[in-house]
Design a protein around this ligand. Structure first.
Ligand code: PMP
Length: 377
């Protein structure tokens, strides 16, 4: 037998066509992607360092500045999911020995606490006592269905010379956020929620305070791929005349992200926020009509993109979700982290944010309530 002959045969599954069913993605993300964004992602590839690509990246930068309501020059998209932006923010601004303060209002706070801990940082709960260099808060806490108020927090951080980092992965486009006006130093989001782009890209922006901290560090960030010295050059934000090769960006993902930001710009932020609130209110009414209890009693604190409901008494939430998937081709999900076993989550975001979709979700839930009862409550 020659050395060059293969010993592992082509796998049988690879000789069958790709199967990706049509599904109603009414969970906490990813959301369904509109045909226009899918088509943008399906365009022929160009090189990641071609001038046309730079133009597209410049457009994306402007689109993010609008979506974030910021004039920050240091505004880019990560080549990676929301977690890439989480890690980029922490890796670039925090040095060994410095402390990070994290608000744990659901699983995303827990995750950032772990990311910071992996770098050998200490978590502190009091700003005065421990002088954190970074304070993290999730705006749209998708595990709890909570939209955390932001006003005033940035000012407290400034007083304590601390950077304010906000996660809007689940809330951007669905609930108001004003990066500059609210004194947010670092803000990021994901592509796959209300923006309705495919998963895999994540807008992030740093203001001058954040840039000052991250570009005056004594040590190099632990990640080469997420090092903002390189990424700022790749995105034409560092004032240098040429962009050098750092990594190959997800070209199709950037095409799709640009298109999703274009849709948001055409529609307008205010209209997008209004629509999410309106459809969420419509969903709340329908849920209450079904006798379902909302998990967050305070209406003003509910996240318009992801609604959490208490698991109906006498039902197994896993069975309900499986029933809805099987009979309605519809994804809803259970809780995440601390909310597992406490809630079910219904997401209607961006393209999916329509009363007709709320009706479909309510119809599926009513059907599951009829057919999945375990015991008399
Ligand atoms: N933060 C929040 C609030 C999220 O909802 C999510 C995703 N569900 C993430 C961060 C992580 O994003 P990704 O899955 O794209 O890495």
């Amino acid at each position: 037998r020659s050395m060059s002959s293969v010993t592992i045969p082509p796998p049988a599954c690879m000789l069958r066509p790709l199967e990706a069913p049509l599904r109603y993605l009414f969970g906490p993300g990813p959301s369904n992607v509109p045909p226009r964004v899918l088509a943008a992602g399906g365009r022929p590839i160009i090189g990641h360092l071609h001038p046309e690509m730079y133009e597209i990246m410049n457009d994306i930068k402007k689109g993010i500045q609008y979506a974030f309501q910021t004039e920050n020059n240091m505004t880019i998209s990560m080549s990676g999911s929301g977690h890439a932006a989480m890690e980029c923010a922490v890796f670039n601004t925090v040095e060994p020995g410095e402390s990070v303060l994290v608000a744990i209002n659901g699983i995303w706070g827990e995750r950032v606490a772990e990311i910071a801990e992996r770098m050998g940082k200490f978590l502190r709960t009091a700003m005065q006592k421990h002088k954190p260099v970074l304070f993290f808060l999730t705006h749209g806490e998708s595990s709890a269905g909570l939209c955390h108020p932001i006003d005033g927090i940035g000012d407290i951080c400034r007083k304590h010379d601390c950077l304010f980092l906000v996660d809007t992965v689940a809330s951007l486009g669905a609930a108001p956020i004003f990066m500059d006006k609210q004194n947010i130093d670092i803000l990021y989001t994901g592509s796959q929620k209300a923006l309705n782009a495919p998963p895999g890209t994540a807008p992030i922006s740093f203001n001058d305070r954040a840039c000052h901290k991250m570009f005056n560090r004594k040590t190099k960030p632990v990640s080469y791929l997420f090092d903002m010295t390189h990424l700022s050059n790749y995105w034409g934000c560092d004032g240098k005349p040429a962009r050098a090769y750092h990594h190959t960006g997800p070209v199709s993902g950037f095409f799709a992200l640009r298109e999703s930001l274009a849709i948001l710009a055409e529609r307008g932020l205010e209209e997008s926020w209004r629509k999410h609130k309106e459809v969420a209110a419509y969903l709340y009414r329908g849920l209450e009509d079904l006798g379902i209890k909302l998990f967050i009693p305070e209406r003003d604190l509910r996240l318009p993109s992801v609604t959490t409901i208490a698991i109906p008494k006498g039902y197994d939430w896993r069975e309900m979700l499986a029933y809805i998937m099987k009979h309605h081709q519809m994804e809803m999900t259970g809780g995440l982290g601390p909310s597992i076993g406490m809630v079910m989550r219904i997401g209607l975001m961006g393209y999916n944010c329509e009363k007709s979709n709320a009706d479909m979700a309510l119809h599926a839930l009513a059907d599951a309530l009829k057919n999945c009862r375990k015991s008399k409550a």
